[in-house]
Structures are given as structure tokens and as C-alpha cells.
Write a protein that binds this ligand. Sequence first.
Ligand code: ZN
Length: 289
Amino acid sequence: MNDCILRALTGDGAVRAFSAVTTNMVEQARTTHFLSPTMTAALGRTLTACAMMGCMLKNDDESISIQIDGHGPGGRIITLSDSSANVKGYADNPACELPLKNGKLDVGGAVGKDGFLGIVRDYGMKECYTGKVELVSGEIGDDLAQYFAQSEQVPSVVALGVLVDTDCSVKAAGGLIVQVLPNATDEHITALENMIAQLPPITTIISGGGTAEDILARAFASFDSYTFETLETKYKCDCSRDRIKRAVASLGKKEITDIINTQGSAELTCHFCNTKYTLSKDELEELIG
Ligand SMILES: [Zn+2]
């Protein structure tokens, strides 16, 4: 089954939802970064949320980033999505592993909760911080719900899940974001509260063969009608030799001259996909020119 995100709206226009199956994307993140099971869940949940938020963007050239720094042993988590839900991300300490907590991967323990979750929007040219909230639990779903409520004043349900198999591969991953729009009534909110109380873990639905449509059907079970569109999502890094050269060029003439004098060439690794780029002495000199 391919990864996908459904972008949906109830017939009365009062509630919108995004449901996602991201098993392949999270597995690719795991193998790219050699993630421990706990960090597979931590980065996988963040990537899944980021992809759904990419589907909220209005213009093609916009992108969105989730940046979490809870001062836990897993370090910072950074993810980015473009408006086509191509995502990439990394964690500072991909190998961090903690004992299970209540039989579950201890994502909150690895992320920590002494810090912030920030959302950065990029409108093509310039970066813009849209919000920063204190972490609630470091479990990411709760923290993001807090962000939507506080920074965007949009009451939201955020459910994210990553199920890691006994061989450490990703068995199921996905998510659901449900948002109450300004024309919603108390009845809508009560219906959603009942839905959440009965919603099984997202990964239970997916590992049982359920699709993004099945997740959406549960979320909108109490609504008469809804429409949705299906979007593809995947782990994709857009780094290139040119991009790396531009980054090095921005270091300035003095810094680059220092690199030439001390190391001769420069070896750089992309944080997001671990591709290594070596810039020769000639290439570095060209950048100064
Ligand atoms: Zn890359």
C-alpha cells in the first residue's frame, strides 16, 4: 500500500480533517538515519504531522517546518514538508533508546518536555515563525494540539502513531488531524469528543489492514456527508551539489580560504538524507571567485 494523505471537509463545512498512512515514509527515515525504535516513533510521528501540515499550505512554493527541542536524550527533532507533502527530517541523536514505559516506546522520555515546539513557515523567499508553544508531554501529538489551540486558535485533535515491528522495521505509521472551523456548533464538538473517546490507536487501524479512508470514516462517522481528495506523500530530500555549494558560499571568503588552507577540500553531509558531497579545491576556489 502506498503512503497517502486525505484532505477532507464535512458537507456542512464545519470540520476539516487530514488522515494519513505513512508506513513507507517512516521506514525510509528509519533506514536513512539508522533510528532506534524509540527515535523511529519520535521522528516518524513528527514527519507524519509535518506532511499533513504541508497539505494545509495554500501556495505551491510554501513549506513548513516543525522544530522540537525538549532537552531529552534524543535531542532536537527537525522536519520539513513542502506543499506536496514531500517530507524530510532528522533527530540529533538517532540512536537514543530508552526502556519501554507502560509497555510502549517512551517517545516523551526521549524528546523531553522541558522546551518548545516551534512551527516555521517559508513563503517561498522569507522565513516566518508562526508560533512556538511549550511542550506538554513530548509525545508530539499532544504538543501539536496545544500549538493549534494556542497559536492558531483552532481546536484540534491530533493522533499520531508509529508501530515498530520485532525486527525494528516499521509495521504501521499514520495520523489524523481533525480541526473545528469557526462555523462549528457545540453539537459538532460533542460529536468529535465522542469520536476521540472511541478511536482506537491509528496503528491498530493500519496494521489491521485499514486505509487512510478507513481512518477518515471513523473520524467523520457522525457526519452526514463529507468530501475528500487524496494526496501522495513521501520521504524526499531535495539537496543537490548546487545547493551545498550555495551553503558553503554563504560562509564567506575568509572561512572558505581557511578550509582550502587547512583541509584542501571540503566534505559535507546532508543532515536530511546523509548524502556526502566532496567539494574539491578548484570548486572551493571557484566559490571565492
Ligand atoms: Zn539531502
